[in-house]
Design a protein around this ligand. Structure first.
Ligand code: SF4
Length: 331
């Protein structure tokens, strides 16, 4: 197991070449390595489930070309206001009663306004009081906002890097790759766990997908959660006609992510409703161990919860409980 010991060393700086070597192996070798790393770090038959709620939808000032919430994409999605704290907590309670252990709240903003901070803080405190982990995705944050969210008990902050630094300007022009890394560093330094990943299927090359993983794996520490999205092309966006991602290429990226970030939760996110059961099973074998549940992911469709329960039963997978998470965290 020399290879795996070397590859799972926490001090290792990953290079594109090392990532490419992993990726180019025969699929069965790659899957075997990924599953071996996975078993060294996680229960292979447990998957963490999160629920995502859009707390402010549409009318976003950013121009992310995959997103139907961008006002610049000519979106017809109406812009909503930040929803009330009580409504958010009612949804969180429902999610907890349905078995979700983490509640993620997403707002379509370039960054939060200071006038919204009291409500955001109350949402985090309320979700924590329900015994769930809290996660927010609100765009860029300044130092003050990070401290307020940290002091409220925010567990995770999601801020995706989306793709490689090279390809990033093809996807977004209203903020830079460096802006994203700055926010991630600010969050990390405040002691909030980082959730950061990206999207496959935006016209990028394999090298961009691998470079994205290299950036994430070298964040030191790597993000606690790594969502890997498969683009669901949205009408009205510049990527409406993007070519679909090859399923085996997607599984390879999951496996490489697992090997490069052995202790991170690798999450199947948007695009799961377009994946067959067999593809999802291969992703779990490749090391994916987290997923969103619920009917919609912000604006993209997600498989219904009973379908997920059926798939878990077929595969003998159990949803990770909050107690399971604490036991692992304490190891
Ligand atoms: S992905 Fe987020 S930041 Fe980008 S346009 Fe959509 S809502 Fe705005």
């Amino acid at each position: 197991m020399d290879f795996i010991d070397k590859m799972t060393s926490t001090s290792k700086e990953w290079s594109r070449e090392a990532a490419q070597t992993l990726y180019d192996q025969p699929l069965m070798d790659l899957l075997f390595q990924a599953q071996t790393v996975h078993r060294q770090n996680f229960d292979p038959n447990k998957v963490q489930t999160s629920k995502l709620l859009s707390i402010k939808t549409g009318g976003c000032a950013e121009d992310c070309s995959y997103c139907s919430q961008s006002a610049r994409n000519g979106s017809t999605l109406p812009a909503s206001k930040l929803i009330e704290v009580e409504r958010v907590l009612a949804e969180a309670r429902r999610a907890r009663d349905g078995g979700a252990t983490r509640f993620c709240m997403g707002a379509a903003w370039r960054e939060p306004k200071d006038r919204d901070m009291d409500s955001l803080v109350a949402m985090v405190e309320g979700v924590r009081a329900l015994g769930m982990e809290s996660c927010m995705t609100l765009g860029m944050l300044d130092d003050n906002q990070v401290v307020r969210l940290r002091d409220a008990g925010l567990d995770y902050y999601n801020h995706n890097i989306d793709t490689s630094e090279r390809y990033y300007p093809e996807v977004i022009t209203t903020r830079t790759f460096a802006d994203r890394i700055d926010t991630l560093n600010r969050v990390k330094e405040a002691g909030i766990k980082v959730c950061s990943g990206g999207i496959l299927g935006m016209g990028e090359e394999t090298q961009d997908r691998l470079d994205m993983l290299v950036t994430l794996a070298n964040l030191d520490p790597a993000p606690d959660s790594v969502p890997v999205n498969m683009l669901m092309p949205q009408a009205d966006t510049p990527l409406a006609d993007a070519a679909p991602v090859d399923p085996i290429d997607f599984v390879r990226i999951i496996a490489v992510a697992r090997i490069m970030m052995p202790r991170s939760y690798v999450r199947l996110s948007a695009g799961r409703s377009d994946m067959s059961e067999e593809m999802q099973a291969m992703c779990f074998f490749a090391g994916a161990n987290s997923m969103f549940v619920g009917e919609t992911l912000l604006t993209a469709e997600n498989p219904e919860e009973d379908k997920d329960a059926l798939l878990f039963a077929k595969l003998g997978i159990q949803a990770e409980t909050a107690a399971g998470q604490s036991a692992k965290a304490a190891e």
